[in-house]
Design a protein around this ligand. Structure first.
Ligand code: AMP
Length: 218
């Protein structure tokens, strides 16, 4: 794969974070998750975090100018010079247009966009069952990939936590935000011939293998 910007698109629970992690390891490029950056700001209680918290807990999107600012700053760091993965960004058309302008200004080629497709019933179980290690960030699922001991990370014994926005009401709102604001990006990138669809209704390993094969050939 030529080093460049990769974008992971998909509904909440599609497995963007899990797959982006694997591809980032394989290609030694950073995974930039706007959700993770925002959650970190919320935890630290920064002004950005305080502003974002209300939106995140309501399952709504944080304003475009806020997330665009975060991404612009992050990709200016030296570890991004060989390429990077945008995980959960862009999520609106103005964000996608911002990415286009930013890549052009930096003299990079078009992004490569991976669209992870997952059925609605699977998404719901993925989100309500998701647990994340407080120490290493490893992701488990109580239905599909439980830890050996309930509530404890297999790798480092860290406590497994449920995200504040992984409750049924907020999940419903997040799925509505996806349908209305993010789904149109599929057409946006398909028209530009940049989109690669992946069937995400499977275990993480075969998906990661298929993705890495696709990117190698690209
Ligand atoms: P995620 O971890 O990607 O599911 O994101 C969690 C929450 O962070 C979302 O429900 C939004 O409230 C916010 N968020 C993350 N990325 C973006 C984005 N690109 N644009 C707007 N809001 C975002």
């Amino acid at each position: 794969m030529k080093t460049r910007a990769l974008i992971f698109l998909g509904a909440p629970g599609a497995g963007k974070g899990t797959q982006a992690r694997e591809v980032a390891k394989e290609y030694h490029i950073p995974q930039i998750s706007t959700g993770d950056i925002l959650r970190d700001s919320v935890k630290k209680g920064t002004p950005l975090g305080l502003a974002a918290k209300v939106k995140m807990e309501a399952g709504q999107l944080v304003p475009d100018e806020v997330v665009c600012g975060i991404v612009e700053e992050r990709i200016s760091e030296p570890d991004c010079c060989q390429g990077f993965i945008l995980d959960g960004f862009p999520r609106t058309l103005p964000q996608a247009e911002f990415v286009d302008r930013m890549l052009e200004a930096k003299g990079r080629g078009s992004p490569r966009v991976i669209n992870i497709q997952v059925d609605q019933d699977v998404l719901m179980k993925r989100l309500t069952g998701r647990r994340t290690c407080a120490v290493c960030g490893e992701i488990y699922n109580v239905y599909f990939g439980p830890p050996k001991q309930e509530g404890v990370c297999d790798k480092d014994g860290g406590k497994l936590l449920q995200r504040a926005d992984d409750n049924e009401d907020t999940i419903r709102q997040r799925l509505v935000a996806y349908e209305n604001q993010t789904r149109p990006l599929i057409d946006y990138y398909r028209r530009k011939n940049l989109l690669h669809d992946v069937d995400g209704n499977r275990d993480p390993e075969p998906i990661a293998q298929e993705l890495c094969q696709h990117l190698k050939a690209a």
